[in-house]
Design a protein around this ligand. Structure first.
Ligand SMILES: [Ca+2]
Ligand SMILES: [Ca+2]
Length: 152
């Protein structure tokens, strides 16, 4: 989506009361990040995509908001949130099952009040294959010669 480092995720969807946009007024890398749209009290702005697991999703996010407003990262219906004044922070999340996951960033405002720059940003999304288990070579068993007692 736009110029931000979007992890080559295809089919980004944007929505809510105002869509996310790239470039935005902040960036973690390359002068460009995605930022939430300008919204009012009780509104939300989101950006979502789909990732086939198992994968590791890494990204940086930042928020500047009133404490009651927050930037959320959803994995399907579960979410993590940051609020207030949080500078660029790395998030690494493991999507462990072999299936499609919906990942979504949402800036959401409560019923009243605004603070800071009143938005959230995301940059440097990287989708990595999960590490394959390393097979440790088994040591070759040492064959001990069996000494058969010779009968005399
Ligand atoms: Ca960037
Ligand atoms: Ca508020």
């Amino acid at each position: 989506m736009g110029c931000f480092d979007d992890g080559n995720i295809t089919g980004w969807l944007r929505g809510g009361d105002a869509p996310w946009e790239a470039p935005s007024d902040e960036a973690y890398s390359g002068g460009c990040a995605a930022g939430s749209g300008a919204i009012g009290d009780g509104q939300e702005s989101w950006l979502k995509g789909y990732v086939m697991g198992p994968r590791i999703v890494n990204f940086y996010w930042k928020v500047s908001s009133e404490p009651g407003d927050e930037l959320r990262f959803y994995i399907d219906d579960e979410y993590f949130a940051i609020s207030g004044d949080v500078d660029w922070t790395l998030v690494s999340h493991y999507l462990d099952e072999e299936r499609w996951y919906t990942i979504e960033w949402k800036y959401i405002k409560d019923y009243a009040g605004s603070g800071g720059q009143d938005k959230g940003w995301v940059d440097d999304v990287v989708v990595l294959p999960t590490p394959t288990p390393t097979l440790t070579p088994t040591s070759t068993p040492t064959l001990t010669p069996t000494l058969t007692p010779t009968s005399t």
